[in-house]
Design a protein around this ligand. Structure first.
Ligand code: NDP
Length: 246
């Protein structure tokens, strides 16, 4: 028996990185999974590798119309949605002084508005499923400030706040809402020349002394998607090797 038997999950930004890892873990635990992303080729490849219990649809999380379409397609394919992982996100590293309004809005649109639209759009489907779990991927950047990532911090703090409001509002419907706050995880987002350059300094600030593999975050996602976490809602799950504990 899988820990996610009978669950239908929708994971955004699932073509690669952590989203793809969550999809693999969910399918292994018995869930039926729709992954969505703006990266069509990678998304289709990821879904194909996971077999019949995973499909990919192209989807930009900033579009309300596309959200409606994705919810409809997911229901047609697998039935009402019981788990939503709002995972899609981008980071733009730039000093405040030169950060353009356009870039600020781009980060807010994808990381923050995308999460709002996701929670709003799946609600009718989760009501049909009779209960649900929404997992919003924030970051330690939603817990503490950092230089060079002001827009990212703003969006991830907002995700943390929205999670709490939604948890209070949706609890009576049997829908749980939690946020996950990863530290430094090995994905294409962090494998950049800029980050490579400062990685050694960053590792020195992590008590466990290393980056995490995406699968370590997926294990937490499986827990929050499953009924094992039946009494967790409105909570922040930090997974950072102790980085912001000190
Ligand atoms: P990746 O860049 O590997 O994956 C994110 C995926 O989201 C990409 O495929 C990306 O496509 C896609 N995406 C971007 N914009 C949109 C959009 N408008 N609609 C749909 N999909 C989109 O990143 P990670 O796996 O590392 O990150 C996953 C989540 O975890 C993000 O929310 C991130 O902020 C968060 N996080 C990551 C950490 C890390 O250390 N890696 C730490 C803390 C939080 P494209 O390449 O075109 O942008």
């Amino acid at each position: 028996m899988g820990r996610l038997d009978g669950k239908v999950a929708l994971i955004t930004g699932g073509a690669r990185g952590m989203g793809a890892s969550h999809a693999k873990a969910f399918v292994a635990e018995g869930a039926k999974v729709v992954i969505t992303d703006v990266l069509t080729e990678e998304g289709e490849k990821t879904a194909q590798a996971l077999g019949d219990h995973c499909v990919f649809f192209k989807h930009d999380v900033t579009s309300e119309e596309e959200w409606k379409d994705i919810v409809h397609k997911t229901e047609e394919h697998f039935g009402p949605i019981s788990v939503l992982v709002n995972n899609a996100g981008i980071v733009i590293q730039e000093p405040l002084e030169s950060l353009s309004l356009e870039n600020y809005r781009k980060v807010i649109d994808i990381n923050q508005v995308g999460v709002f639209l996701g929670m709003k759009s799946v609600l009718p489907s989760m009501k049909k499923a009779d209960k649900g779990s929404i997992i919003n991927i924030s970051s330690i950047s939603g817990m503490v400030g950092q230089a060079m990532t002001l827009a990212y911090n703003a969006s991830k703090f907002a995700v943390r706040g929205m999670t709490k409001s939604a948890a209070v509002e949706l609890g009576p419907l049997g829908i749980r809402v939690n946020s996950i706050h990863p530290g430094i995880i090995k994905t294409p987002m962090t494998q950049t020349p800029e980050l490579e350059a400062v990685l050694e300094q960053m590792l020195a600030t992590i008590p466990l002394g290393r980056q995490a593999e995406p699968e370590e975050v997926s294990a937490l996602c499986v827990f929050l998607a499953s009924d094992e976490s039946s009494y967790s809602s409105g909570s922040e799950f930090i997974i950072d090797g102790g980085m912001i504990a000190g």
